[in-house]
Design a protein around this ligand. Structure first.
Ligand code: FES
Length: 321
């Protein structure tokens, strides 16, 4: 049992290989009804039955927000991860029935911005595709700077350039091209908002550079869904439910709670939204806080945990769940 956004039964309408690492998946409603509209930057949670484990992974919607004929996501294959992306790449084909959540937006464009400056790294391009479609529909001013390992791996770069011309700037590592971030951030008009999505290091680099150059924190937006890490199994007592559960090596604590039939809140399942925050009643050991929601003080106190990404080692962990 789970408590995320409402669920939508869908059929996989199309699977397209975009490049050697990325596939695009299109979902349509099984009952033929239109999808819910969404806003640029929204994500859905895709449910998968992966060899006995229920995976529920968040993926940014890349289709146009007002296109209610279907939802599209792009997934980068990760051969070293827990398996969600591998499952999608190797098991999912057109015609399959699946379940996705209704869209939730934790990375919207800010309507107060006079210009939207977007910085994407690799598969971090996906939320910008729906953001750009949304801005274009309403005449929003934007500029995208997109960094990838090579032109082949720069998914959708050619489409974006064809559609939006000099508003799109592509940088390829294998050609020694790099964003001159300081110059870029210093040259922006007043009222610009900055958005970044990509690898952890890129997000930190952009955030720190913006802060150093005096950008107000309210004008800087980022999105990073953390994949729940694998680790040693551990046992947790759920005091309110009177249950003891074991979290498997490739399972998140949230997935283990859900597998035991207990309702647990979530939105992002990636350590970003705060929805799954849970009170720790007793902790004899060490929580591996893998989220970027709790403050350093909260993490040090070991009185709260984010079950979607965090793990535990030690003698006993008791949660108010
Ligand atoms: S579900 Fe969003 S932080 Fe856990």
């Amino acid at each position: 049992m789970s408590m995320g956004a409402p669920k939508i039964p869908v059929t996989v309408a199309e699977v397209v290989t975009v490049n050697p690492l990325i596939k695009r998946f299109r979902f349509v409603r099984r009952d033929g009804a239109p999808m819910l509209p969404f806003s640029g930057g929204a994500h859905v949670v895709v449910e998968m039955e992966d060899h006995g484990l229920r995976r529920m992974n968040p993926y940014s919607l890349m289709s146009a927000p007002d296109d209610t004929s279907g939802y599209e996501i792009s997934v980068r294959r990760d051969d070293t991860g827990r398996g969600g992306s591998l499952y999608l790449h190797t098991h999912v084909s057109a015609g399959m029935d699946m379940v996705v959540s209704a869209p939730v937006n934790l990375f919207p464009t800010d309507a107060r911005a006079r210009k939207h400056l977007m910085i994407a790294g690799g598969i971090g391009i996906t939320p910008f595709l729906s953001q750009i479609a949304g801005l274009q529909a309403h005449g929003g001013r934007f500029e995208l700077h997109y960094s990838a390992r090579s032109r082949t791996l720069a998914a959708y770069a050619d489409d974006l350039t064809a559609r939006h011309g000099d508003r799109i700037h592509v940088y390829c590592d294998d050609q020694g091209q790099q964003i001159d971030l300081a110059a870029l951030l210093q040259g922006q008009p007043l009222g610009t908002h900055l958005y970044v999505c990509g690898p952890k290091g890129m997000i930190a680099w952009v955030r720190v550079t913006a802060q150093t150059l005096g950008w107000p924190a309210t004008c800087v937006h980022s999105e990073e869904f953390l994949a729940p890490p694998v680790g040693e199994p551990f046992t947790v007592q759920l005091a309110a439910s009177g249950k003891s559960i074991t979290v498997g090596p490739a399972q998140s604590l949230l997935e283990a709670i859900e597998a035991s039939g207990i309702a647990a809140p979530y939105l992002c399942r990636g350590g970003a939204c705060g929805e799954c925050e849970t009170e720790v009643l007793a902790c004899h050991g060490q929580i591996a806080h893998n989220d970027h929601w709790l403050t350093p003080d909260q993490k040090a106190s070991q009185t709260r945990i984010m079950p979607c990404v965090s793990r535990f080692t030690g003698a006993a962990l008791v949660l108010n769940r």
